[in-house]
Every structure is written in structure tokens, then in C-alpha cells.
Design a protein around this ligand. Sequence first.
Ligand SMILES: C[S@@+](CC[C@H](N)C(=O)[O-])C[C@H]1O[C@@H](n2cnc3c(N)ncnc32)[C@H](O)[C@@H]1O
Length: 295
Amino acid sequence: MANRKKSSIIITDEITHSARPFVKWAGGKTQLLNALLEKIPHSMNTYYEPFVGGGAVFFSLISNPEFKVKKAVLNDFNCELIETYRIVRDELDTLIEYLSPIATQYLAGNTEQRKEFFYEIRAGIPSSDIERAARLLFLNKTCFNGLYRVNQKGEFNVPHGRYKNPKILDVELLTLASHALQDIELICGDFEDSYKKAKNGDFVYFDPPFFPLSSTSNFTSYTKGSFGREEHLRLKWSIDQLRDKGVSIMLSNSPHEWIVGLYEGSKYTINRTPARRSINSKGEQRGVIDELIVI
Ligand SMILES: C[S@@+](CC[C@H](N)C(=O)[O-])C[C@H]1O[C@@H](n2cnc3c(N)ncnc32)[C@H](O)[C@@H]1O
């Protein structure tokens, strides 16, 4: 492939130009991309994304020739998700081989058969990494609203969705993602451990689970742990340390006054951008809510 450098990820061949998330993820940033990208420096050494989720910002940045990024490190607490990224990066052919008959069988069924097949796969315990990645992709494309949510035991608990013709296996999308992920470091763990080596010239984009605007409003069940006030404080202290080291940062969060209070002051610039929320437990709170962008 033209212009593809193995040692750095300045990839300018066309295939990476439209890489985009291969999973739908709660809190996904696709609709806010422009507002976010315009605040990111065009040149950096290492790009870190400690709460990567579906990776909308990463895929967009890495596919955009205006951004020169030498290295990237992606992290999430959800190990199944990160393992799926790894499989897409390193073992795409095997994944496609495994997922293809699953997609065919599901799509050939009537409503009842599809439902039964969905719950069978949901209840199953995968016996290999490939099987686990295929299961995550299958469930993500066929579950209700296409979201990933787990219960307190860490079990995926979203019911069957009603998509007529879900794209369970999108070979083109997965291939674009796989190309974009070559040479990218993938880590599964707590956010703080993923950017310990960050230094001046690097950039970290934080998109933590949103601080809820009310006690019932926000979706935070990405993993079996929770991300509450303590975690948001720990994140703020960690961001202060990065700032003191000269590392540039950007943070997305809800416009809750407690979060605004944490970052207000001369050290940080706070922007508000309107964003449409679709995953929200209270119907009346769906709609346009500002998103806070702290830099
Ligand atoms: C708002 S979502 C990120 C969405 C992402 N920007 C996108 O475009 O899809 C927050 C992510 O943080 C992850 N997470 C939760 N607690 C974490 C922790 N302690 N450390 C790292 N990641 C965590 C969740 O698994 C979830 O994927």
C-alpha cells in the first residue's frame, strides 16, 4: 500500500481515510467530531485515549491527513472490547471466517428464530478470543439500541433488538479499522495506568463516563464497576499532573455544575457544545444537552 509506514503511523493511503468505529458505543462521539477535532493540535508525538469506547475520535484523527501523529495508545476498562480491537487489528481474517456463518444463520431466521439465536449466543460462554470478539460484534449489532451494557456481575444484559437487516459482518468497515489500528498500542485497564509515560508534546483525550446530570439520567454501565464522584476527582488530579508535565489534554463531560466547578479557573478553558443524547434512562431527558469540553 502506498505511503504506509510501518514504524510510525503517519498513514496516508486512502484506505485509512474513512476508518470509523466498528462498534456502536454509548457516549460515542461521532456527532461531536468537528467540535472536538478543531481543538486538537495538528501535530503531536503520542496520542492517548484512556476511555476509548468505540473510538470515534481516534478513528477520525488517524484517518485525517491534517493530523500528524507518531504513536497512539488506546485504553478501556472493558477488556472484552480491547480484546476485540486486538483481534480486529491482528486476526481479522479468522474473525471474519468465524462471524460469517453466525451472521448468515441469524439473517436467515424469522423474528422468533432470530430472537432465540440471539439469546443462545448471549447466554453462551465463548471458549476463545476470536469467539469472544465475534460474540461482542454480533450482540452489538443485534441488541436493542446497539449498546453495550453489563450487570453487576459483568454479564452483557441488553435484550434483543429489532433491526430488519443489521450489518453484523461489515467486512469493509472492519478492514478499514484493522488498517487504522496497525502499530497502535492497546491496553485494557484503569485510565490512570495507560498514560504514565506521557510527556511534553503528547496529547491525551479523556472521554470518561459522563457525570450524571441527575440521579437517574445518565448511562454509566459500561463495566461492572461504577464511575462516580471519587473517580471524577481522581481523574481531575491526574489531569492536573499531566498539565504540570506540559502534556496537552482535552476532556469531555456533562455540564454538571460540580464538574464545571472542578475545572473552572485560569488553568483550563471550558467550552460548551450542544450534543444530542439518545441513551438516557428518562425519556424526557433525551434531546439536546450541552457537552462540556475542557482543554
Ligand atoms: C463515554 S465512553 C467513551 C466513548 C468513546 N469516546 C466513543 O466514541 O465511543 C466511556 C468509556 O470509559 C470506559 N471506562 C469506565 N471506567 C473506566 C476506567 N476506570 N478506566 C478506563 N476506562 C473506563 C467505559 O468502558 C467506556 O467505554
